[in-house]
Design a protein around this ligand. Structure first.
Ligand code: TNX
Length: 532
């Protein structure tokens, strides 16, 4: 009798277990291990506590001071379409007991752009000492959520976030990309999309290459023909285009709201055919050349001996500085092959003083180190280490953009659809597998302000082309600027990058699906990173 009863109970228990188990498999997968999440750039420290927080129809987005209201809005707007919940935002002094995502400023976090993201079963708190830090905490939280939130359509699953604490801050203060809008022109909406995408990966500078031989792209009211004539061409002879001052200010504001500073460049004294074609008086000969639609470099120069050249530079920098809140103006200075060296030096010395007079600091391509660089000038290393070292000897700091690693316009491999090859080929691992502090002997961390990855657009015609060359390489660039070198390795990174497949696709990015990356979609991912 006794054995019969125990068999009976055993049977009941088994049925119970079987049904429990099948019931479990029907439920959505629950993320429980924060340490297994796939954030790029990799956070400095992650401490997982093995549970999860649910975003549901009772969740509120709270912020502790007015300054953070736009960020509360940004976060709520990011979550509303996917959840279908109201997610009201409210100002409050103290965090409530549950159901909150609370944004709060404290001085206990010392790093300028650093943040602490604390996820508990009852709520989430993002702490930082600047609004920028809060923004980066929000971007990390975004990457802890399913990629499908990026699609903006309602999800069937509940949104769950694994619990634990992330403490994070960047290694370098300047983490940027450059877009050449001169060789081919890109409109305001394209630039805004680039800004949106860079901000997800915590980049904080966008350098706009606003003038070159092929086109002048920024309205200068005191020299209207720059855009009337110089803005009307581009590589291949298309119609070109330019930003009005209002449009430029709109871009600057849009970027600022995403903690990205626009760094405008007027390339001088070479790369100036578009300006020279617009105003004959800027030429030593007094004659304007034709507009240029090719891709050669190094054939144009402003006339160094003429007074009017400096009136031109002064007017352009004055107007540009007035609508640029960022601290830097880029004066180019590269490949001035037809400017005699003594003239080049004279010009760069004068141009730096003009920028300084208008309250800004100078960035210039590494050739400017031949001149006397001012104490606050930044030398942008793209080609020659010896130039960067010459700048450092004069007390300048360096922005790292070595073409062999950081140029986004270089082809990935010999069969890449677009791109150039003069600096070799740059596969996704080449773009990631290096560090700023060890790239060039004599240039160490204290000499470097950060990293910038330029996209030159000789072969780039539209947004799809931009995306193809920029992604996924720029994610690696973002990580080089953010995560300490000692915490990075290609073998670990490539897996994390592969796990971004769904996110890149949900964002509609036309990325290059490099064979070196183990691309993985969420169904495969769930098996190893999400505990059921
Ligand atoms: C060199 S990089 C240039 C650009 C070209 C680029 C193409 C630099 C400062 N000058 O004018 O567009 O190569 O990769």
């Amino acid at each position: 009798m006794k054995t019969k009863i125990s068999y009976f109970y055993l049977f009941i228990i088994c049925i119970g277990l079987i049904s429990l188990n099948s019931c479990e498999t029907k439920k959505p997968a629950i993320p429980k291990d924060l340490a297994k999440q796939q954030v790029i750039p990799k956070p400095v420290s992650v401490n997982a506590t093995g549970s999860s927080f649910e975003i549901n129809n009772k969740t509120t987005v709270l912020y502790q001071t007015d300054e953070l209201q736009p960020l509360a809005n940004y976060l709520a707007e990011m979550l509303r379409p996917a959840t279908g919940f109201e997610l009201p935002i409210k100002i409050t002094d103290s965090k409530p007991s549950s159901g909150h995502i609370f944004l709060t400023l404290t001085d206990s976090i010392s790093a300028n752009e650093g943040y602490e993201l604390e996820i508990k079963e009852n709520g989430i708190v993002i702490n930082a000492n600047t609004a920028a830090g809060i923004f980066y905490g929000v971007q990390t939280l975004r990457q802890l959520l399913p990629a499908s939130i990026e699609k903006g359509t309602k999800l069937s699953d509940t949104l769950l976030v694994a619990t634990g604490t992330i403490k994070d801050n960047p290694s370098y203060g300047y983490r940027g990309a450059m877009l050449d809008v001169s060789r081919h022109f890109f409109g305001v909406d394209d630039v805004k999309r680039v800004i949106d995408l860079l901000s997800i990966y915590k980049m904080n500078r966008l350098h706009l290459h606003l003038s070159d031989d092929q086109g002048w792209r920024i309205e200068i009211k005191s020299w209207p023909k720059l855009t009337e004539i110089g803005g009307s061409s581009q590589v291949g002879g298309g119609e070109g285009g330019f930003y009005t001052q209002e449009q430029y200010k709109d871009i600057v504001k849009y970027a600022q709201d995403r903690f990205i500073t626009i760094v405008p460049e007027i390339d001088m004294p070479g790369h100036t055919n578009a300006a020279l074609a617009s105003y004959p008086e800027l030429n030593c000969s007094g004659k304007a050349p034709k507009l240029y639609h090719g891709t050669d470099v190094g054939f144009s120069t402003l006339c160094i001996d003429k007074e009017i050249t400096y009136k031109f530079v002064d007017d352009v920098i004055r107007e540009l500085a007035a609508m640029t809140p960022g601290e830097y103006i880029h004066i180019g200075g590269d490949e001035s092959h037809v400017t005699p060296m003594k003239d080049f030096i004279l010009f760069i010395n004068k141009a730096q003083k003009i920028v300084e007079k208008h309250g800004k600091k100078v960035i210039g391509w590494d050739e400017i180190a031949h001149a006397e660089v001012l104490p606050n000038t930044i030398v942008q290393y793209w080609s020659k280490g010896e130039n960067a070292l010459k700048g450092i000897e004069q007390g300048a700091k360096v922005l790292m953009s070595p073409a062999k690693r950081a140029y986004l316009d270089i082809k990935y491999d010999s069969i890449s659809r677009i791109g150039l090859t003069w600096a070799g080929l740059t596969e996704v691992d080449d773009a990631y597998n290096w560090s700023l502090e060890t790239y060039e002997e004599g240039i160490s961390k204290e000499n470097i302000i950060g990293i910038e990855a330029p996209l030159w657009t000789e072969t780039v015609l539209n947004m799809k082309d931009i995306e193809y060359l920029v992604f996924p390489r720029v994610l690696g660039i973002a990580e080089i600027g953010w995560t300490p070198t000692s915490q990075r390795s290609w073998d670990e990174y490539k897996v994390r990058l592969g796990n971004h497949k769904d996110r890149l696709e949900a964002l509609g990015i036309n990325y290059y699906p490099s064979k070196l990356v183990p691309w993985k979609s969420v169904t495969e991912l769930k098996k190893d990173s999400i505990v059921k």
